[in-house]
Each structure stands twice: as structure tokens, then as C-alpha cells.
Design a binder for this molecule. Structure first.
Ligand code: WQD
Length: 332
């Protein structure tokens, strides 16, 4: 299969490319390098011993995307390109809507023009907003989102539903990621956002390396076991492998499928700090700070549907995630 991965040089995208190549798929990437680096292409090729074709540019660029589909017989698309920081989206909503919606709408238009009707969309657990119970399954209400990032992803889910209603020959996978962390065991690819990290693990890594002085723990007064935010952290390699299962699911036939991708286990911020310190033998300097706008207290998955319908289940534990994250970051 020849698969287009938008944002394919990014944290998740690069891990998906590795898994696809090792599955003997052909991979084409479009990436604007906003939150990634060109050197990741070489790392992907070093890990797999295989070539990938990379187009540098933006998915909102209709001319570029038309060129990609003219030059490559794309079987399906895995759409990872987009902005993804909760706190940042509260400060810059127009940028988030313009980027996340604009890229997706252009991609869908070009796909239609080229009769490519299989897409897997990188959605997020934050579409559940403040869940009525901390453990969410796919039947939970979506749309009462608490930040523009989540709202933009929810809007795209609705767009995809409308695309399917308009043409039921589409095969659409909506994958709601929980909190991806960790890195490939080689230590060659991982999470290295440009600038000051918004997300927990990359921030911990910068503090562990001495590049930032202290981690701010955003609130310890939530209704959780230790008062800090609880999330479902999932190893990025487990998450990448889920995409191969989703590609196969779309091959079964037309339809629209929504899956939670998480471990089903919730860990607090302090749990993550303690696990990271334990497995890596490193102290993480932190302080308690005010809550971050847009955060929910607790959200973790019930991943049973993905296992039932795709035969996918996360295999790696929190120690693997903390160890692999550090194994990547320590040499940077
Ligand atoms: C996790 C916890 C923070 C930073 C993420 C991604 C989003 C989506 C969903 C994939 C929260 C706390 C964080 C810090 C902290 N992923 N925290 N200090 O907000 O759950 O959303 O998962 O689609 O793209 O952003 O992840 O890592 O930002 O926060 O205390 O410096 O860590 O309050 O409880 P979040 P996060």
C-alpha cells in the first residue's frame, strides 16, 4: 500500500512511518517542519533501511497537495498534521482553527478530486471535554470541549461525518489519542517540540537535562487521588501500531469508525514524575503552580472497542514510556 502521512516528520507521524515501512508499505510524507525537523527523514530511513518520499510544505497548499496526489497513487491517508497544545490554543484560537480546519478541508478536497477515499484522522480524547466519569468510551458525549484545540478536532470529526453521509463509499477512521509519550527503542526519533514544550513529558525531559530549571505542576487541587491532573499516557509506538490496524480496518470496506487509543490506565502528574525519576535515576525539580486554562481534572480511556474491532491493545507500560522518552532525549 502507498500511504500518505501528513505531519509524517512529527512525533507521532515519524513513529507511524517507521511502523508502515516495517510493514512493507510505501510511505509519502507532507510536512511543513513547523513542529518537526528534516533530519527525522534520515532517522526514519536509518531505523528501517527504507526510503520515504517527503514533500516539504503545508497541507493547506492546494497546489502542493494536488502535486502529491498526481505524482503518487495514494491508497489512503493518515492525517497527523496540525497544532496540538491545549494551553497554546486558548491563547491563539484563530491560529488553531485556521490551521487545523484549513489543512483538513484542503486535504479532503484534494482527496475527493483524486478519488482517494480512505482517511485516518488524528483526533484526541479532549473531544470528550469534561467527561461525566473519568474513564470514557466512544459512546460518551463529545463536543462540550474546553479549549480551541479540542474544539477544532471535534469540528473535524463532524466534517468527516458529513463527508461520509454525502458519500458512503468513504472509509474513515477517527482515532482519539489519549496522551502519547515515549520514543522508539532506537533513541533516534522521539518528541522534541520546537521552543518551550507545552506538554508534560517533553517539559520533564528539558528539566531532567538541565535546560529548564523547574517543572510547573499545573494545579494540585483537582478532585483526583493526589490533586494533580490525571491522564491516560500511551507509548507512542503502541499508538503508531494502532494506525496499521486502522489501515487494515479501512481496507475491510466503507464506513466511519471511531476508536479511543489509550491504555485504560490513568496516571497523575506526580505519578509520571515519580515513575520517570525511578526508572531513570534522575531527580525532576518541580513546583506546584496554578491550574492551566482548558485543563480537565481527569480523563482516561476505555480502550475495549479498539481491541474488539481492530484487534489492537496497548502493550507497553508507564516504565517503558518513561525509559524510552529519556533514552531519546538524553543524547539530544
Ligand atoms: C498533561 C497533564 C497538565 C505540562 C495532550 C495534548 C493534546 C492531546 C491530548 C493528542 C495535565 C499537566 C502539563 C506542564 C503540567 N494529545 N502539565 N505541567 O493537556 O492532556 O493534552 O493530550 O492528541 O495534543 O496536548 O497533555 O501533556 O499538556 O498535560 O502540570 O508543564 O500534565 O495540567 O494535567 P494534555 P499535557
Amino acid at each position: 500500500m502507498k500511504i500518505l502521512v501528513t505531519g509524517g516528520l512529527g512525533f507521532l507521524g515519524s513513529h507511524i512511518c517507521v511502523e508502515l515501512l516495517e510493514n512493507n508499505d510505501e510511505v509519502v510524507v507532507v510536512d511543513n517542519l513547523f513542529n518537526s525537523k528534516m533530519e527525522v527523514k534520515d532517522k526514519i530511513q536509518e531505523i528501517t533501511g527504507k526510503e520515504i518520499k517527503v514533500y516539504i510544505g503545508d497541507c493547506a497548499d492546494e497546489i502542493l497537495m494536488d502535486k502529491v496526489f498526481l505524482e503518487n497513487a495514494i491508497d489512503s491517508v493518515i492525517h497527523c498534521a496540525g497544532l496540538k497544545a491545549v494551553g497554546e490554543s486558548v491563547e491563539k484560537p484563530v491560529w488553531y482553527y485556521q490551521t487545523n480546519l484549513g489543512t483538513t478541508l484542503n486535504l479532503l478536497k484534494v482527496m475527493q478530486n483524486h478519488q482517494c477515499k480512505k482517511i485516518i484522522f488524528s483526533s484526541t480524547a479532549t473531544v470528550y471535554g469534561v467527561p461525566e466519569k473519568p474513564q470514557v468510551d466512544e459512546t460518551f458525549e463529545t463536543g462540550k470541549t474546553t479549549n480551541p484545540y479540542a474544539t477544532s478536532k471535534y469540528m473535524i470529526e463532524r466534517i468527516l461525518e458529513d463527508v461520509y453521509v454525502s458519500d458512503k463509499t468513504w472509509s474513515i477512521g477517527i482515532l482519539r489519542y489519549f496522551n502519547p509519550i515515549g520514543a522508539h527503542k532506537s533513541g533516534l526519533i522521539g518528541e522534541e517540540p520546537n521552543g518551550i514544550p507545552n506538554n508534560l513529558m517533553p517539559y520533564i525531559l528539558k528539566v531532567a537535562k538541565g535546560e529548564l530549571p523547574v517543572l510547573s505542576v499545573f494545579g494540585d487541587d483537582y478532585d483526583t487521588p493526589d490533586g494533580t491532573g490525571v491522564r491516560d499516557y500511551i507509548h507512542v509506538v503502541d499508538l503508531a501500531k494502532a494506525h496499521l490496524k486502522a489501515v487494515n480496518k479501512l481496507k475491510e470496506g466503507a464506513g466511519i469508525y471511531k476508536y479511543n487509543l489509550g491504555t485504560g490506565i490513568g496516571y497523575s502528574v506526580l505519578d509520571i514524575i515519580r515513575n520517570f525519576e525511578k526508572v531513570n535515576g534522575i531527580k525532576v525539580n518541580y513546583k506546584i503552580a496554578p491550574r492551566r486554562a482548558g485543563d480537565v481534572a481527569a480523563c482516561y480511556s476505555n480502550p475495549a472497542k479498539a481491541e474488539r474491532e481492530m484487534g489492537w491493545k496497548a502493550e507497553k507500560n508507564i516504565e517503558d514510556m518513561c525509559k524510552d522518552a529519556w533514552n531519546f532525549a538524553k543524547n539530544k
